[in-house]
Design a protein around this ligand. Structure first.
Ligand code: UT7
Length: 340
């Protein structure tokens, strides 16, 4: 929690999804799956996937421009970019560099982070620390993903391919004077966790320098090692447990109860995960804003995308107390409580 004279306020939110929608019925034609299976197991009804010529940083650019505009700022007011993704434009440099060039913001710091579904909350936490230290004034935190180009869309990959969608979300975190900690719009607390002993429960093995002589070769491609691999049941069990745990610790640290929280913005990997967390913590379902039906799992983009949709729907209003939690590959998990 803050001991400084500054507070970090989310002053602008923006998002962008590619226009092309793929329903579960479209996927039925590509792989051996059914609308019923996908809806019953996950809650997903459709996802947006990019056209061939669209990159991750293209989506991030659109979301960023909207977030900066909604913050009432000029692009030149941004003094740092924190970029969370697991589906970069290229192996290196980080996609934040490509976004920085598109935004025409030369020389400002760019930090790419790799915390998968938890990436946005990690980014928000880092931004909060830089803002509270006094070193930065307006940090752009972006979560953006192009999953569709990296999924096995044959029947072999159906357990993963039906889950993921493309999209981007961005927020501007701005430095403000701390006046009244109880009522100021600000990031109140963030909690970050990881357990690398589960790294291979949800991962993409190749390309990788741990694989022998080559980072990638034809054999690895033939084996599908460049596609995501997931032990869904293990991930599910840990996701519910860890999201519930870190929500409890965040609310305790913020000195608020679940009743005080106006809105819960959770990561969107599976509606059943979010319902289970709600059940474990006796959170009324109507306080949770879910978007997975429309987008599938957009990993790092999910929470800022949901934030923007909640604002547009009139569900998230200035002054509301919000709690977020996310869980994903790594395993990584995180929570945050903030007043919007
Ligand atoms: O954001 C990152 C974190 N990711 C997650 O949190 C995901 C967590 N895990 C999950 O959400 C669930 O485990 C899944 C939705 C991925 C899968 O649900 P499940 O109830 O664990 O299903 P399962 O993997 O045990 O598969 C059940 C059956 C299998 O058939 P058999 O062996 O029972 O005959 C699968 O082959 O469903 C079959 N199946 C499918 N059927 C139709 C797997 N994928 C599909 C599919 N369409 N797409």
């Amino acid at each position: 929690m803050s001991n400084t004279k500054y507070r970090s306020e989310i002053t602008g939110v923006g998002s962008f999804v590619p226009p092309k929608v793929y329903t579960n019925f479209d996927l039925e034609k590509m792989m051996e799956t059914t609308n019923d299976w996908i809806v019953q197991r996950t809650g997903i009804e459709q996802r947006h996937w990019v056209d061939d010529n669209v990159s991750n940083s293209d989506l991030a650019f659109e979301a960023s421009v909207r977030a900066i505009k909604n913050a009432g700022l000029e692009r030149s007011d941004i003094d740092m970019i924190i970029f969370a993704t697991l589906s970069p434009d290229h192996e290196f440099p980080g996609t934040g560099c490509f976004l920085q060039a598109k935004l025409e913001l030369p020389e400002i710091a760019v930090l790419d982070i790799r915390q998968q579904c938890t990436g946005f909350l990690y980014g928000l936490s880092i931004a909060d620390k830089f803002i509270q230290s006094g070193s930065n004034k307006n940090i752009l935190v972006v979560g953006s993903e192009v999953h569709s180009k990296g999924l096995d869309k044959t029947p072999n990959g159906r357990n993963v391919a039906v889950l993921f969608g493309d999209g981007a979300g961005a927020v501007v975190v701005s430095r403000k004077e701390l006046v009244n900690p109880a009522t100021d719009s600000r990031i109140i607390t963030t909690h970050l966790h990881a357990d690398g002993s589960f790294a291979k429960e949800l991962w993409i093995p190749a390309p990788g320098t741990a694989l022998g002589a080559d980072r990638i070769n034809n054999e690895m491609i033939a084996e599908g090692m460049h596609y995501p691999q997931m032990n869904g049941k293990t991930v599910f069990v840990h996701a519910t447990k860890r999201m519930a745990e870190c929500l409890v610790s965040a609310c305790k640290e913020a000195n608020v109860t679940f009743t005080d929280v106006d809105l819960f913005l959770f990561h969107q990997a599976n509606l059943r995960i979010n319902s289970k967390v709600a059940e474990m913590l006796s959170i009324p379902e109507e306080k949770i804003f879910n978007t997975i039906q429309n987008y599938g799992n957009t990993t790092a983009a999910t929470i800022p995308l949901g934030m923007d949709d909640a604002i547009k729907a009139g569900v998230l209003k200035k002054g509301m107390l919000v709690a977020s939690a996310a869980f994903g590959s790594g395993f990584t998990w995180a929570s945050a409580v903030w007043r919007y």
